[in-house]
Design a protein around this ligand. Structure first.
Ligand code: BES
Ligand code: ZN
Ligand code: MN
Length: 506
C-alpha cells in the first residue's frame, strides 16, 4: 500500500483521521506532549498526566502507546511516540516517525503531530515515516490486502512557508531513493545477477528520464567484451568466476549550471561466496547485500538529478558475482588493473577492491573535484564499529564532510586512519606492483583503504566502508526495518548538496 503524504497546518485535536500521532518528550518534570501536540494536551487537560502515568509512557525513544480517545479529540485513536529529552533533535524525530509508522500499519488516514516547525524536521518526519513503514513482500505469497492508498498528513504550523514545501518534496525524493536501494539489496541474488542489476538500473533510469522536463541523466552499460577492451582486469578477474557476466554502469548528471564535479563509485558484488577462498557458510548469509554500495551511488545520483542540484556527478557502479568455478581467479594469479598496475591475488574473498580499482581509475580519468567510494568492503571495520556506524577513510577534509553530511541525513560515520605502514604492506608482493591482501589479521579495513588509495590519482577522496550497515539482521529500530537499510544514500545526497553549497558561497 503506497500512501500519499501532505504537509498541512491543521490542529491535531480537530483533525479527523483514523489515528493522530503525537510525540512525547521526557522532561525533567515528567513527560509532556511536544509543542506540535499542544492542542491535544489542552483537550485532555488535567487528565493527561495521570493517563501518561497509567500507560507507563515516559517519552523515551522507541516508546509507543495507543489510546482510544472516546471523543476527547476528533480522531478515534491517539498514538503516543517517545522523542527522548530534546524535541529539537531531528534524528530523534525521524526515528519516532518510523516507530509511529509501524505501530498503526492498517490506519487508512494518519495525522502526525511531531516536531516539524523547520524544513529539516518536516523532512525528517516524512522520511522517517516512509522508511519506517517499508516492507519487502515481493516473494511473499500472502500479500497484505491492497486497500485504498492511505493518506498521511504531516502537521506543521509553518506548512505554508515555501521552504517547508520544498524540503518536504526533497524528502520525498530522498525517501524514494532509499526505498529503491532497499528493494535492490533485498532482491535474492539469483534474480539480481550483474546483467539483471544493470538492466534494473537501466529501467529505473528510463523511468527517471521519461517525459518532458525530466532530468537528463546519461547512462552507459558496459558488458564483458567492452570491459576487456577497456582493460578492466580487476572487474573481470572477479566476474569471470560466474556464469553471469560482469557489467559496469556509468551515469552522468551534467547540468549547465554545475558549480563543480563529484565522482561516485559503489561496490556492486551481487553475491560474494568468497570465490576459491570460499567463505564459511555462516559468513555467506547476507552476501546478496554486497552490491549495496552500487545501489546507493545509483539511487543517490538519480535523487541528485531529480533535485536538480547544480553539480556534475559521474557515477560508476562495477557489478560482478564472486563465485567458485573452473574459471575463477586463483590465489597467486596476477591481475592488471586499468592503467597498467599489476596486483597479486592472495585471497579471492578480497574481491571488492579489485572491481573498485578499475572503476576508480575510470572515475579519476574524468578529473572530478572529489571522489567518494562506498562499499561493503571489510568485516574488520564491521567488527570495529558495529552494524550501525560506518567507517570513513581518506583525505581529512572529505572525511569530515562525509561525517557532517551523515549527521544531517541521520546516518552515523566514524573516521578511521590509513596508517603509514600500510603503504609498505600493500607493496610487499614479490611478483606484482601491489599485493591485494597479506593475511595479517590486524587492520584489514585500513589495508583495504590504503589499497584503494592507489587508484585515486591523488584526488581528494573518501572511502565509506559500510560492511554490516547495508542489512539490518536484527529487529526494527526507528525508521530502520529488518533487512536492507539503504545506508549511505542519505549521506551521499547530503554530501553533494553541501558540496554545492560550499561552492556557491564563494
Ligand atoms: N563482502 C565482504 C565484506 C563484508 C563482511 C560485507 C561482512 C558485509 C558484511 C568482503 O568482500 C570480504 O569478504 N572481505 C574480507 C576481506 C579480507 C579477505 C581481507 C573480510 O571481511 O574478511
Ligand atoms: Zn565482498
Ligand atoms: Mn569478499
Amino acid at each position: 500500500m503506497t500512501s500519499t503524504y501532505s504537509l498541512r497546518a491543521a490542529s491535531p485535536a480537530k483533525t479527523r483521521v483514523d489515528a493522530v500521532v503525537v510525540g512525547v518528550v521526557s522532561g525533567d518534570k515528567g513527560p509532556h506532549l511536544c509543542t506540535a501536540g499542544a492542542d491535544v494536551a489542552e483537550a485532555y487537560g488535567r487528565k493527561l498526566r495521570p493517563l501518561l502515568s497509567t500507560l507507563g509512557v515516559k517519552g523515551k525513544a522507541g516508546e509507543v502507546a495507543k489510546v482510544p480517545t472516546n471523543g476527547t479529540i476528533n480522531s478515534p485513536l491517539l498514538v503516543l511516540v517517545g522523542l527522548g529529552a530534546d524535541e529539537s533533535d531531528t534524528a530523534a524525530v525521524r526515528r519516532a516517525a518510523g516507530v509511529a509508522a509501524r505501530s498503526i500499519p492498517n490506519a487508512a488516514s494518519v495525522a502526525l503531530a511531531l516536531p516539524a516547525s523547520t524544513p529539516e524536521e518536516a523532512a525528517a518526519v516524512l522520511t522517517g515515516h516512509r522508511l519506517g513503514a517499508y516492507t519487502y513482500d515481493r516473494y511473499k505469497s500472502a500479500k497484505p490486502e491492497a486497500g485504498d492508498p492511505g493518506t498521511v498528513v504531516v502537521l506543521s504550523a509553518e506548512a505554508r512557508r515555501n521552504e517547508m514545501e520544498e524540503a518536504f518534496s526533497a524528502a520525498q525524493v530522498l525517501a524514494d531513493a532509499v526505498i529503491a536501494t532497499r528493494d535492490w539489496v533485498n532482491t535474492p541474488p539469483a534474480d539480481l545477477t550483474p546483467p539483471a542489476f544493470a538492466e534494473a538500473v537501466a529501467e529505473a533510469h528510463g523511468a527517471l528520464t521519461k517525459g518532458r522536463g525530466a532530468p537528463e541523466v546519461a547512462i552507459e552499460v558496459f558488458d564483458h567484451e567492452q570491459l576487456a577492451e577497456m582493460d578492466c582486469g580487476g572487474i573481470l578477474s572477479v566476474g569471470d568466476s560466474s556464469d553471469a557476466p560482469a557489467r559496469l554502469v556509468r551515469l552522468e548528471w551534467a547540468p549547465a549550471d554545475a558549480v563543480g564535479h563529484v565522482a561516485l563509485v559503489g561496490k556492486g558484488i551481487t553475491f560474494d561466496s568468497g570465490g576459491l577462498s570460499i567463505k564459511p557458510s555462516s559468513s555467506m548469509t547476507g552476501m546478496k547485500g554486497d552490491m549495496a554500495g552500487a545501489a546507493a551511488v545509483v539511487q543517490a545520483t538519480f535523487a541528485i538529478a531529480r533535485l536538480g542540484l547544480p553539480v556534475r556527478v559521474t557515477t560508476y557502479a562495477p557489478m560482478a558475482e564472486n563465485m567458485v568455478s573452473g574459471t575463477a581467479t586463483r590465489p597467486g594469479d596476477v591481475v592488471t588493473i586499468r592503467g597498467g598496475r599489476t596486483v597479486e591475488i592472495a585471497n579471492t574473498d578480497a574481491e571488492g577492491r579489485m572491481i573498485l580499482a578499475d572503476a576508480m581509475v575510470l572515475a579519476a580519468e574524468d578529473e572530478p573535484d572529489v571522489l567518494v567510494d562506498i562499499a561493503t568492503l571489510t568485516g574488520h571495520l564491521q567488527l570495529a564499529l558495529g552494524d550501525r556506524v560506518g567507517a570513513v577513510l581518506g583525505s581529512d577534509d572529505v572525511v569530515a564532510d562525509v561525517i557532517a553530511a551523515g549527521r544531517v541525513g541521520g546516518e552515523a560515520h566514524w573516521p578511521m586512519p590509513i596508517p603509514e605502514e600500510m603503504a609498505e604492506r600493500i607493496t610487499s608482493s614479490k611478483v606484482a606492483d601491489l599485493l591485494q591482501h597479506d593475511w595479517v589479521r590486524w587492520g584489514g579495513g585500513l589495508y583495504a583503504a590504503a589499497f584503494l588509495r592507489e587508484f585515486t590519482a591523488g584526488l581528494p577522496w573518501a572511502h565509506l566502508d559500510i560492511a554490516g550497515k547495508e542489512i539490518n539482521s536484527g529487529g526494527a529500530y526507528g525508521h530502520v526495518v529488518p533487512g536492507a537499510t539503504g545506508f549511505g544514500v542519505a549521506t551521499l545526497v547530503e554530501f553533494v548538496r553541501r558540496f554545492v553549497e560550499s561552492r556557491s558561497e564563494v
